[in-house]
Design a protein around this ligand. Structure first.
Ligand code: HEC
Length: 116
């Protein structure tokens, strides 16, 4: 009986040990893509960081197609109305300035093709 119990505990502890090593090995191989956590620098960047990164990462903004001012306005309005983003109404225009300049169709940094 004692032997059975000991064997039981031995097997149990060995399986924990193996599981531990396996988890560690899996863990060291886990590579996440680097997150581009920051918005582009420039006037209004702090405003956008404060107002837009409350709920999601900067990727949500930087991976969008280049939007027009109307497009960004619609997006910002959606954040406010649908998702309840707490933005002061007088901050919307400055936010749009920033978004259009850095992530918009008219942006100086825009290198993607612009529909003519
Ligand atoms: C109150 C939380 C909140 C704030 C603040 C917020 N968003 Fe969002 N945003 C969301 C949610 C929720 C989604 C949708 C997430 C999903 O579909 O997985 C989203 C998605 C997006 C998307 C992806 C396209 C889409 O429409 O789903 C963009 C672009 C975006 N947000 C831009 C902004 C910008 C720009 C700001 C700042 C002006 C902002 N967000 C602030 C909650 C927020």
């Amino acid at each position: 009986m004692l032997l059975v119990r000991r064997t039981f505990w031995f097997v149990l502890s060995m399986s924990w040990l193996i599981a531990g090593v396996w988890v560690q090995a899996a863990d060291s191989k886990l590579m996440l893509p680097p997150e581009t956590a920051k918005l582009k620098e420039g006037p209004g960047a702090e405003l956008a960081t404060a107002n837009c990164l409350l709920c999601h990462s900067a990727d949500y903004i930087s991976t969008q197609p280049r939007l027009s001012r109307a497009g960004w306005k619609a997006s910002v309005e959606k954040m406010r109305q649908k998702y309840g983003a707490p933005m002061a109404p007088d901050k919307i225009e400055p936010l749009l300035d920033y978004l259009v300049k850095n992530y918009g169709q008219d942006g100086l940094t825009n290198r993607s093709a612009r529909p003519k």
